[in-house]
Write a protein of this length. Structure first.
Lengths: 247, 312
């Protein structure tokens, strides 16, 4: 007997296969998963470059894995950082595919950032309403995105499916790098198991906005078992570069 | 902490610098508006006399410029209550009968408002800040007069002390000389022939040297008496007023209330701003630098990204 979790993983595997490497039969039968074109996110080159440096500090010379981008609360620049990291990986560090997975169900922004329709997406697929829809773009179509979609059921079940039903390994098989854009950790405890199961964690905090106490709480929640780094966003400091270099 | 303080400072830099400039300027403007004081000034010429009394004070042998010497003496005298009393007694008729408290406060007021400055090697100025020009002129005139009297008194005292000391030495030398001569005469009367007598020759030599000592002391005493007369005569040659006290047109110097209040405001605003930066850096619970997070949460800093500007 095939368990429910194995069945969902298998379905995801098939869907990804159909989207990324469609067989002639699938193409002929028209059952191929929908793939839509993906536009580069409109990010400032300096922003992307700083994200590239941050990525180099975090993952060093590793060439595959899953990176979770999280923050304490909303509006701290998490989605932009996740998108920039995915773009950076697709441009320079990956020979294979890079997947940007928007898991901020209910407040998804990645679809808008890359100019694709927000639905259907992962939530629609996991709740069994729609086929999996992926967007692909960038150089050699290396950058892929699965929008969050619209969830009608409990968001807890979606995260349970992602962690408890071993869907993350399926993404790992198909993509060299996976970047997870997670909802804020404070107020969404359901995301904690997923954060702990990734290879690297990037915590994002906004300059002069994020509370230090919140970041301390986030650091305690994620535990510190995995390599974890902090990226300061919205850095509007006016300290001259010369002084910063001296410090 | 340093990163946070710098971030706070540069975040509010325009306001902080603005306050640093505008507040002292405002205070200075208010000070100018309410300040009705004026400065009365006199210029005095100082010179080294061609004839210098030998037994006067040693200031004439100094290599410093005469203006520096005289201005220095005036500043030192100003710090003494005797000189302040001498000046104020000349200015205010009731000063001598005033209570010690009133006299003390009047003397302190005099010292606070008087300034002595040199203008080159020979010229020095005596300035007095007041709201009453007539009183200002009186005070400066009184200071000049009291200064002349006091300097003369110092020199005269020096000479008198020297004269007294020399006089006592001279009396002693005269006694010794008379005694030695008497011994010579007595010895000569007791002996028939003293021409080659060694004792007689010794007594004669002693009498001779004591006479020489007496005569040299006598000469020095005459010199001192000459110096005593010269002290009063030479006064006009090393110290005389070039410009009588006059009201100076409005100028801003470090003694002007507007400038003083502006400096106080500057110091105050610097202290207040330092406190502001310290308190904000210390108490603001938000993250201000990547370094904050290393200490607070033990996370590895990955750097920072600027404020996002979306490109089309």
């Amino acid at each position: 007997m095939i368990s429910g979790s194995t069945r969902l993983a298998g379905t995801l595997q098939e869907a990804l296969d159909a989207a990324t490497d469609p067989s002639p039969e699938l193409l002929d039968s028209g059952r191929r998963a929908r793939t839509v074109p993906l536009r580069q996110p409109p990010l400032d080159p300096e922003f992307v470059e700083r994200c590239r440096l941050a990525l180099a500090r975090l993952v060093a010379l590793e060439d595959e894995g899953v990176i979770a981008v999280c923050s304490a609360r909303r509006r701290e620049g998490r989605s932009s950082v996740a998108a920039a990291l995915a773009v950076t990986l697709a441009r320079g560090r990956a020979e294979g595919r890079v997947l940007l997975l928007d898991l901020d169900f209910g407040h998804a922004t990645q679809a808008a950032l890359m100019s694709v329709a927000p639905s259907p997406g992962l939530a629609d697929f996991l709740e069994g309403r729609e086929r999996l829809r992926l967007a692909a773009g960038g150089p050699n179509r290396q950058l892929w995105q699965i929008p969050a979609g619209i969830h009608l059921g409990d968001r807890l079940r979606l995260f349970h499916a992602l962690t408890g039903e071993a869907l993350l390994p399926v993404f790992r098989q198909k993509f060299q790098w996976v970047v997870l854009d997670l909802p804020p950790l404070l107020g969404h405890p359901e995301t904690v198991p997923l954060v702990r199961s990734v290879d690297w964690q990037v915590i994002v905090g906004r300059h002069r906005r994020t509370m230090v106490a919140d970041l301390r709480e986030v650091a305690e929640i994620i535990g510190g078992q995995k390599p974890c780094g902090f990226l300061l966003t919205g850095d509007s400091t006016r300290i001259p570069a010369l002084i910063r270099r001296l410090l | 902490m340093l990163h946070r303080a710098l971030d706070v400072f540069f975040q509010h830099m325009l306001r902080l610098v603005g306050a640093l400039v505008l507040v002292p300027l405002g205070v200075s403007a208010v000070g100018l508006a309410f300040d009705h004081s004026l400065t009365v000034e006199a210029r005095v010429w100082a010179d080294k006399p061609i004839f210098t009394p030998v037994f006067a004070t040693d200031r004439f042998t100094s290599s410093d410029p005469p203006a520096e010497i005289e201005a220095g003496i005036l500043r030192e005298l100003l710090a003494t209550s005797v000189f302040a009393d001498a000046v104020l007694t000349r200015v205010e008729s009731g000063y001598a009968n005033a209570s010690p408290t009133d006299r003390g406060s009047a003397a302190a007021d005099l010292r606070r408002n008087v300034s002595v400055a040199t203008e080159g090697a020979h010229l020095f100025t005596i300035s007095y800040r007041t709201t009453d020009s007539d009183r200002g002129r009186s005070v400066v005139n009184a200071m000049i007069a009291a200064f002349g009297t006091e300097v003369q008194a110092i020199d005269a005292n020096q000479v008198s002390v020297s004269q007294a000391a020399l006089k006592s030495q001279l009396d002693l030398a005269q006694f010794d000389m008379n005694d030695a001569l008497r011994q010579v005469q007595t010895y000569q009367a007791q002996h028939a022939s003293v021409f080659n007598d060694p004792t007689y020759q010794t007594l004669l030599g002693q009498a001779q040297s004591k006479t020489d000592l007496y005569l040299s002391l006598q000469a020095r005493l005459d010199e001192v008496r000459g110096s005593q007369a010269a002290v009063s005569v030479t006064q006009s040659s090393f110290f005389h007023v070039v410009d009588r006290p006059f009201v100076v047109p409005l100028t801003l110097d470090q003694h002007a209330p507007a400038v003083k209040y502006a400096l106080y405001a500057l110091v105050g605003i610097v202290a207040a701003e330092a406190l502001f930066v310290y308190v904000i850096a210390r108490r603001d619970p938000r993250i201000r630098s990547v370094q904050d997070i290393r200490g607070a949460a033990g996370l590895k800093p990955l750097g920072s990204v600027p404020v996002l500007k979306r490109t089309q």
